[in-house]
Design a protein around this ligand. Structure first.
Ligand code: ATR
Length: 303
């Protein structure tokens, strides 16, 4: 752990832009809760200086940091050591210094799987077939999580088929993985036991071409998937990693059709745990109190 002369430990979140990051709210809550002498701040780093920033990380006086868009790949490349999930995704969201070396992790895998476990402890008992919508970095982290958990069949559905194929190739065509045409997404509820949206569809700020353009938050997400066609009497677990809004059009539609739902906020909270422990030496808990704090902040922003 790296401390200043006053014994204070510094950490933060690095991105561009960074002002909307909710990570300070999470980490400061834990710092207060555990009465620790530490700080956690937002730090804007422009893309043209990011390589230099991460390349000289030890000189900034931080114990470590979270990394967000667009620097996750740059942070990964700058690291001396990388955990298995960071290697699987090719990107890092958590950095810390250990024995003078810059270590990198991708805690999105952990964050997603922990939240799924917390919401549906028995998910693996019935999950023969997992369907992932999307093929970006978040999809990679989550696919890796299901692979590690031993899910027998994981199907990737992406608007741009080539990216689904690339994702499968990145995992060496693991036997559990396969691509399904995007056009088949409306049949998804007839074959999948767990459905995960990793696309930006449903996000309030998706912008032109994104969900906001295609479906209002209250409309059926007919542009995403139709969950009414289910021949299998079992209900699916429907997860969304979008958390603004918390009840996405997909989750609303899933609830209305009797499926179990898992929202995106839990992943955000759980992915923060390993970093906090590395920097400040205490493993924090994701509690209802923390969740309510973030929800209040999200609500305040939407007012
Ligand atoms: P991240 O790394 O955060 O996962 P990303 O790499 O930008 O983000 O990936 C975004 C995902 O959302 C992609 O799978 C993208 O599909 P394409 O590969 O076809 O671009 C998906 N996506 C974004 N907008 C979409 C839309 N309107 N309809 C369907 N999929 C969409």
């Amino acid at each position: 752990m790296k401390q200043t002369d006053s014994g204070q430990i510094r950490a933060g979140v690095v991105g561009w832009p960074i002002k909307h990051s909710r990570s300070p709210l999470i980490h400061r809550h834990w710092l207060n809760q555990h009465n620790l002498n530490g700080t956690y701040d937002r730090h804007a780093v422009a893309p043209d200086v990011a390589t230099d920033f991460f390349g000289h990380f030890a000189s900034h006086g931080w114990a470590g940091c979270n990394v967000t868009v667009p620097h996750k790949e740059t942070a990964y490349a700058a690291a001396d050591r990388r955990d298995a999930s960071a290697q699987a995704v090719g990107a890092a969201n958590t950095l810390w210094l250990e024995d003078g070396q810059l270590c990198a992790a991708n805690t999105d895998t952990y964050g997603f799987m922990e939240h799924l476990k917390a919401c549906c402890p028995d998910w693996a008992d019935t999950a023969q077939h997992v369907a992932i919508l999307g093929a970006g970095g978040a999809a990679r982290a989550i696919v890796y999580g299901f692979m590690m958990a031993g899910a027998p069949r994981i199907s990737i559905l992406n608007r741009t088929k080539r990216r689904a194929d690339d994702l499968i190739a990145a995992f060496d065509h693991h036997k559990s993985l396969g691509a399904i045409d995007w056009e088949q997404r409306h049949n998804i509820a007839s074959f999948a036991d767990v459905i995960v949206n990793t696309t930006t569809v449903g996000m309030d700020s998706a912008g032109p071409g994104g969900a906001s353009a295609d479906a209002s938050p209250n409309a059926l997400p007919s542009n995403l998937i139709d969950l009414t066609r289910r021949e299998n009497p079992n209900r699916a677990i429907v997860c969304d990693i979008v958390y603004v809004p918390l009840l996405t059009p997909l989750l609303k539609h899933a609830k209305e059709n009797g499926h179990k739902t898992v929202d995106g906020l839990g992943m955000l909270l759980h992915q923060a745990v390993p970093g906090f422990e590395k920097w400040f030496g205490v493993r924090p808990s994701v509690t209802d109190e923390l969740r309510d704090l973030i929800i209040a902040d999200l609500d305040a922003e939407q007012c």
